[in-house]
Design a protein around this ligand. Structure first.
Ligand code: UDP
Length: 328
């Protein structure tokens, strides 16, 4: 069976990708430094505990597992943190990706699926974002991801590194079978924080800004179910293994929901109130990020069938009530 090296394979999206790869007949080899991931989540194939800052560790994993492709998820990924400490984002994300690309090429592996973000588009007031929208990130997280996209293009031209870039919108939900889910410490994302507040694990959800130029004053995001998202990665991998050209795909549904609408949907799913506090804007947040592209659907045959707010919140709630990954 073909092996795929999955950096960040013990993290939220990476662990779901490993499960999807295993289902699709590949052996996912998770490569993760466990700084934010969970060893218990990396259960769909071997786990290599290693750091992308350590080139020798990547070389060793490549030599041992001889992957046909790499899926690169490992990164720092918090907008707010990237505004406070941009140096860390540039160092870790960009250097890590450079080490990975060079190690893959040195090992003869020329296929890479990369986890990028709609944050590379920046704040483009009211524009439906598609893959040809000029990128103009407004935070170091988006900036570092755009730099890696550029790096992939350069190595594609010089060394034949074939790549599929996925620009995610807001990933949410959990494995519909309940085996894995979203668990960050500390948590910063809207839906898990909201469910913590619903369950009484924190006093309230703070809504970051109610004076945005949107119909209800709160930010609008395009939420996509993590299981749909990782199915696209399997399709992207097959695209590369079929010898097709490097390509960029947005992964979003094309429907935007405000923070208030997400809170409203939660009430319907959990039958409980969300304790809410209205707060200030969070620096670095774009007003609205919604995909205006059908490219992944049309070219990859992607079907984001689980990406309703009801299912995303419902699967996250089921995972949340199960208590999460065991520690250690
Ligand atoms: N948000 C919020 N309160 C929170 C966390 C997030 O109001 O405690 C808002 C945030 O401003 C953004 C949306 O929810 O508009 C999604 O934020 P998240 O951090 O989940 O994802 P991001 O869009 O930063 O990738």
């Amino acid at each position: 069976m073909d092996r795929v090296l999955v950096t960040g394979g013990a993290g939220y999206i990476g662990s779901h990708a490993c499960k999807a790869l295993a289902r699709a007949g590949f052996v996912p080899v998770a490569f993760d430094n466990l700084s934010t991931g969970w060893a218990a989540a990396a259960k769909y194939g071997p786990l290599v505990v290693g750091d992308l800052m350590d080139r020798a560790a990547i070389d060793a994993a490549m030599a041992e597992h001889r992957p046909v492709a790499v899926m690169h998820f490992a990164a720092l990924s918090l907008v707010g943190e990237s505004m406070r400490d941009p140096g860390r984002y540039w160092r870790v994300n960009v250097t890590g990706a450079l080490n990975l690309i060079e190690a893959a090429l040195a090992a003869g592996c020329r296929n890479m699926v990369f986890s990028s973000t709609c944050a590379t588009y920046g704040d483009q007031d009211g524009v439906m974002l598609d893959e040809d929208t000029p990128q103009a990130p407004i935070n170091a997280y988006g900036g570092s991801k755009r730099a890696i996209e550029d790096m992939l293009r350069d190595f594609g031209a010089s060394h034949g590194l074939n790549h599929v870039i996925f620009r995610y919108f807001n990933v949410a939900g959990a494995d519909p079978e309940g085996e894995i889910g979203e668990q960050h410490e500390p948590e910063t994302h809207l839906i898990p924080l909201m469910l913590d507040a619903v369950a009484g694990r924190r006093p309230a959800l703070t809504v970051f800004g109610t004076d945005y130029p949107t119909p209800d004053g709160t930010c609008i995001r395009d939420y996509v179910h993590v299981w749909d998202l990782v199915q696209a990665h399997v399709l992207g991998l097959r695209w590369l293994l079929d010898g097709r050209d490097s390509r960029v795909f947005n992964l979003g549904t094309g429907r935007g929901f405000s923070v208030r609408e997400v809170i409203e949907a939660s009430r319907a799913v959990t039958n409980r109130e969300v304790p809410v506090v209205m707060g200030d804007r969070r620096p670095g947040d774009a007003v609205q990020l919604v995909s205006g592209s059908r490219r992944a659907i049309e070219e990859l045959g992607w079907e984001p069938a689980h990406s309703t707010l009801a299912q995303m919140i419902g699967d996250a709630w089921a995972w949340h009530q199960g208590g999460g990954h065991p520690r250690g």
